[in-house]
Design a protein around this ligand. Structure first.
Ligand code: COI
Length: 357
């Protein structure tokens, strides 16, 4: 499908950041956006790159009432030679359509997803920050815009991509965070939407995060929704626990997100000589292992969160320091290697990087 590029009038250009060190996460957006519509009678139509602008939507649009929406997150990185690269974007395209299927949203052709993003990044390349820890965060999403109050799949959708120059997701940067194991609320249950990247999962997580914040924690670690016995994920990250030469993470049982960074971390840790165990981790076992000093490091992985060390884990009013509470050796090495590949400082032997020409 042809992607039209609409003019960007001078008055629609935004004021760019002047100091990259002040970039936070997702507050500033670039000049343009990508937009395609799906209509029941026509399929995907009218692909265009246009000035970034608010949508005018009917208050009865389905997305406002029944949350029929999905999204993705990926990043563009500026290399030292000024060129720009995406990281494994085809995995995001594929995962987007898995989420679409779960939410009864029509699949978007993967080539259109990838081509729209590539063209948008190419046009907006001056918005990609270059200093360490910064990148251009890319947010594709689909929303249901049919104006009707009956509960049903929409007959009209907007697929759009917006982009934001970002710094670290957590205000503390690459420093250990404090995580509270959530034992009241649950995020997902078998057969639910836990594996899909849909806004409702995040809305449902806000209450627990708010309570955790009040208690001084950065995020919550979810337990399984049936027995609250096994570890799942931290909404914005998958979790890893490092024993001597073994790295343990929860399996993809349908209620946690299939993280792109999670998969990359497992492949990298394997090349570093660690054995990866994807298995159910009982919270009682984990707490006992932390107490006994067997868990040397813990970290989370995610596109926004990159690799985030976890210094403290708290469960049922007991706060435990993981390892020495700082950044573990493997955590640091994985961070350096992953970001090294993403920023073109380390050869990409996996074929993960996609240069934008
Ligand atoms: C991402 O890592 O891209 C995410 O989507 C997490 C997000 C909720 C900030």
């Amino acid at each position: 499908m042809e992607i039209k590029v609409l003019p960007l009038p001078e008055e629609k250009k935004k004021t760019k950041y002047t100091d990259e060190s002040t970039l936070s996460f997702g507050r500033l957006f670039t000049d343009r956006m990508f937009l395609v519509e799906w209509k029941a009678s026509e399929g995907w139509v009218d692909a265009r790159i246009q000035p970034y602008a608010p949508f005018v939507l009917d208050p009865s649009a389905l997305v406002f009432h029944y949350a029929q929406e999905i999204f993705e997150g990926l990043k563009a990185y500026k290399w030292a030679d000024g060129s720009i690269a995406l990281f494994r974007p085809e995995i995001n395209a594929h995962r987007f359509n898995l989420s679409a299927e779960r939410l009864c949203i029509p699949e978007i052709p993967e080539e259109l997803f990838l081509e729209g993003i590539s063209q948008l990044v190419r046009l907006e390349k001056d918005w990609v920050p270059g200093s360490e820890g910064t990148s251009l965060y890319i947010r594709p999403a689909v929303i249901a815009v049919e104006p009707v109050l009956g509960v049903k799949p929409s007959d009209h959708y907007y697929f759009f991509v917006i982009m934001s120059p970002v710094g670290a997701y957590y205000a503390a940067g690459f420093n250990p965070v404090k995580i509270l194991v959530e034992d009241t609320y649950v995020r997902a249950v078998p057969g639910g939407t836990g594996e899909a990247k849909t806004g409702g999962n995040y809305a449902a997580s806000l209450k627990a995060a708010q309570v955790a914040k009040k208690k001084g924690f950065d995020q919550v670690l979810w337990l399984d929704g049936c027995d609250k016995k096994y570890i799942e994920e931290v909404g914005s990250m998958n979790m890893f626990f490092v024993y001597d030469d073994v790295v343990v993470t929860a399996p993809l049982t349908g209620s946690i997100l299939k993280g792109v960074t999670r998969d990359s971390v497992m492949k990298l840790a394997d090349t570093m000589g660690f054995r990866i165990e994807e298995r159910q981790i009982a919270i009682d076992e984990l707490i006992a292992d932390i107490r006994a000093g067997k868990v040397k490091e813990a970290f989370g992985s995610g596109t926004a969160a990159v690799i985030t060390p976890v210094g403290v884990l708290s469960y049922k009013d007991e706060s435990l320091t993981v390892g020495n509470g700082g950044v573990g050796n493997l955590t640091q090495k994985l961070y350096d290697t992953l970001t090294g590949i993403q920023y073109g400082k380390i050869p990409d032997t996996f074929g993960w990087v996609r240069k934008i020409d």
